[in-house]
Design a protein around this ligand. Sequence first.
Ligand code: HEM
Length: 150
Amino acid sequence: MDGLWFALEHSAFGGHVRNSTFLYPAANVIHVLAVLSFFGLVATMDLRLLRVIDGTPAREVIARLRPLALIAFLAIAATGFILFTAEATAISGNIAFQVKVMAIVLALLNVALNSWAMKQRGEATARLTAGVSLGSWLFIAAMGRTIAYV
Ligand code: HEM
């Protein structure tokens, strides 16, 4: 994989991200804004499932908000890729980044588990995945911020 990250970092696109005065900061700002939007949507769905918020049934809240959360996640992934490209070799070896990527995979599996539980087991089981979701996305954000310091 190291060869791939080296090639990506030294590609024309990687050089452009590093040398542009606008692209890297813009990707960083959009990454953070998309993370904020994503977490707001996720927290609303999870807190409704956990019955901290009353009102519209959890199933309906999820049906309305999950497509928006997906759009925010795609923006996070696209801008994250741009940030990664600038220093792919260093970041791929960064322990906080590695933990973050593994935690993202687990958090996405938890989303799949949540959908399965809502369909097959009902809200009581799905409630467990809501707690895991809140904790894991906060942990992932913390790991994102830690990349710069380790
Ligand atoms: C989906 C794939 C993702 C990729 C490829 C990615 C990649 C990155 C990279 C390369 C950085 C810059 C690290 C640095 O040099 O300082 C970063 C920062 C960050 N990421 Fe991600 N990220 C992704 C998803 C996420 C998610 C899902 C979250 C939160 C739930 C998140 C939260 C953050 C935060 C808070 C920062 C620090 C921003 C700052 O302090 O300026 N990232 N990410």
